[in-house]
Design a protein around this ligand. Structure first.
Ligand code: SAH
Length: 346
């Protein structure tokens, strides 16, 4: 059975043509499942009974179920959703003044092995397919609908568990589906993919012709520190990563965001800021400083507020645009992978 939520428009058009149908069937199906939110084929009354039976044989409309739901005092909602095979991933709604941002997972577990990250603890169990990622958004939208405030997901960041470029094709299908005007119509500029630095993925993404955003989890100003924090840096050290970022900026015509997690005494010193300025000087990217969400699964400490502000100051004085990431849900196991790790007793 094919999950209809995982089919991007071009693929669905081809499938309809293969079934002897006109291409508009694909648009009709998108309208039914995304606009009218039909949950089964019998609701699709303008499709002949006969073809509905054909659809039922080939397709299903599968959504994950909500395994746990946490709501923070700041309105952040964090779900652990479960798929048919019992695999569970986290997804989150964060409320900004400009809209509701969904943070979605792209894999069950993660193989990248970053030493500070709870999602790395179990390694990768499997990739999510496009339909499962779309399912995360649809379930988050259902949660918003239940609140009755007329809100829906307006922005998406692929910053949950998993490395999106280690699941490249499914993530691209996911983006094309949620971006499609007949599906969720989430604007490309409202969609951000975050990578730990898989260079082939960055190069390919540059050539997708998408107006979506790219964030690079940099977290260190030199190879010595980055090797300790991020295993991936041994495969793609900074002298390989940074040219790929430049290439992306040139080809896609988009600026990147550098994510920089501040860890007390590890990467938050003045000399780290100075090296960081040098490192990213040739690119147009700006830095998003992330206060570390502490976990009892490693010994890293969050930099104090003072150190965070000093670091920001050093960067700004060095001509680098930087912001401090707003924090959400600090009372609900907000950091990547922590809710899942707790529920599954990792
Ligand atoms: N694999 C991708 C996307 C998932 S991680 C990537 O590496 O970018 C999303 C972001 O959360 C990354 O920048 C990651 O480094 C960061 N992160 C992981 N654990 C964290 C923690 N405990 N506190 C704050 N940020 C964390």
């Amino acid at each position: 059975m094919i999950n209809l939520y995982g089919q991007e428009m071009n693929k669905l058009v081809n499938q309809m043509v293969e079934l002897g149908q006109k291409p508009f069937r694909a648009t009709q199906l998108f309208t039914w499942i995304y606009e009218k939110r039909a949950e089964n084929f019998d609701e699709m009354t303008d499709i002949s009974l006969k073809f509905r039976e054909v659809l039922k044989e080939k397709y299903c409309l599968k959504l994950p179920s909500i395994y746990t739901k946490q709501v923070s005092s700041d309105g952040t909602v964090k779900l652990l959703v479960e798929f048919e095979d019992k695999a569970k991933v986290e997804c989150v709604i964060m409320r900004y003044n400009y809209g509701c941002v969904a943070c979605v997972s792209s894999q069950v577990g993660c193989n990248m092995g970053c030493s500070f990250c709870s999602s790395a603890l179990l390694g990768k169990q499997r990739n999510l397919d496009a339909g499962e990622m779309v399912g995360e958004i649809l379930v988050l939208n259902n949660v918003l609908r239940e609140e009755n405030k007329g809100q829906k997901i307006t922005h998406v960041v692929v910053m949950g568990t998993g490395e999106p470029f280690d699941n490249y094709d499914n993530v691209m299908d996911f983006i094309r589906i949620i971006n499609h005007p007949k599906a969720l119509a989430i604007g490309a500029r409202h969609i951000t993919v975050s990578t730990c630095g898989l260079v082939e993925g960055i190069r390919k993404y540059a050539r997708e012709g998408l107006q979506t955003n790219l964030a690079i989890s940099l977290h260190a100003p030199n190879n010595e520190i980055r090797n300790k924090l991020m295993k991936i840096n041994r495969a793609y050290p900074l002298e390989v990563l940074m040219p790929a970022v430049k290439e992306y900026e040139e080809i896609a015509g988009r600026r990147v965001t550098y994510e920089y997690l501040l860890l007390e005494g590890i990467n938050d010193r003045k000399e780290d800021a100075e090296q960081l300025i040098e490192l990213i000087k040739g690119t147009k990217g700006y830095v998003n400083l992330i206060p570390f969400n502490e976990t009892n699964r490693n010994d890293y400490k969050r930099s104090s507020g003072n150190r965070v502000h000093n670091f920001l100051d050093y960067l700004m004085k060095g001509g680098v645009t930087a912001t401090i990431r707003k924090e959400f849900g600090s009372d609900i196991d907000a950091a990547c992978g922590q809710l899942k790790a707790k529920v599954e007793n990792v």
